[in-house]
Design a protein around this ligand. Sequence first.
Ligand code: ATP
Length: 457
Amino acid sequence: MVNTPSLETITALAKRRGFVYQGSEIYGGFVGVYDYGPYGVELINNIKEAWWRAMVREEDNIVGLDSAIVTQPKVWEASGHVGGFSDPLVECKECHTRSRADHLIEGAGAFADEKMSVEEINAVFDGVREKVSCPQCGKKNFSVVRQFNLLVQSNLGNFSEDWTKEPTYLRGETCQGIYINFKNVMDTTRVRVPFGIAQIGKAFRNEIAPRQYIFRKREFEQMEMQMFTRPEAMMEVYEEWRTKRMQYYLNLGFKKENLQWHQHENLVFYAKAAWDIEYRFSFGFKELEGIHARSDYDLSQHAKFSGADLSYTDPVTSEKYTPHVVETSVGVDRTFLAVLTEFYAEDELGGELRTVLRFPYRLAPIKVAVFPLLKNKPELVAKAREVYNALKGDIRAEFDDNGNIGKRYRRQDEIGTPYCITVDFDTLTDGTVTVRERDSGEQKRVAISALKEVVGK
Ligand code: ATP
């Protein structure tokens, strides 16, 4: 049986243990924005490292990029975001809460998505109006549906009185930075089609109803990879990447039954295929990652709007073409929430109930905690410090002398630390310490000289 922890449980643990804080909390919060605390940032870094390793280091033909958040505004005209990056919005006429019309429609058992025209979606919404109530006040008095553009505007580089007439934009997705650097990467490295460009970075969307904690934020982070292929090879490469990306989550330690495929019913005109990997969040199976076969749309659009030649000439056959694109796109924050949900557990150890994050070693924010058995014995504290100092350069370690040992174990269990080391009086005479393993609670004596070997993986 699958036992998914509730969102409240995850939120409370993440707050209590310094993983995630509400954005601008001391000012009452700021909707759709969160801050990551000391353990959160370690977990985020490990999530990104795992993705980078799988996408860049372990692949022969994928290179990395870190493009700017703000671009020439034309980029977003070419990409179609200025004209069409919108979600359908309805407003409750009673309490003025704004909701995503497609989400309300889905909740009423009908189908809608953000790609429908405003007329289409109004027709579907009118068909279910009776069944839909405002998520805030429960009333059924809604406005008509209108399209709301999600791009976030800025005045960067614009000093005129009314900068909103010619705004710049904070990127709504990271991949446009990849398309506009396609030529740079080709010209300055030795890549040959098929090759990919991978990037991790912040993206911004004026989400109408950010909710489900860090699942839907207004400022979030994406990990995207665009693979440039020969036109006729796109679907084969697409299938390869579908297989690889699902395997990636299984390799990370996710259970198969918590992942599923979802095929998009309604494709944009240029796309050839779109599947999502969905994760079983506490609020149901929802998109974690999108994998799309996008044809040559993006490069062709940027070639048209910029005037640059974004074609590729095969060095062997001299054939010239615009590469087609396979995209994989996943949110760092959604992965973070999926990881907390997947590895959260409550069990009984030594007759006591405990909460434990059973993170795989590579994701654990702290790999090892070092304790002196007693805080008020200077010789134990000094020895424990020595052990900690010897480890901390190579292994993410934490020193803790606060409270009794049982309490320290519980704290480390709750942040998912795989190993705890205790320095006791025997250590001073025989040079061994107790190493306690998180999941089994098993304890064994290990020589200090062998510690790196034991707790280093
Ligand atoms: P959704 O349908 O849930 O709004 P989307 O289809 O608009 O997502 P994409 O544009 O395909 O999402 O973005 C790729 C990935 O970026 C998503 O699979 C998700 O992991 C992440 N992502 C998108 N929007 C957000 C957001 N507002 N907050 C956090 N992560 C997001």
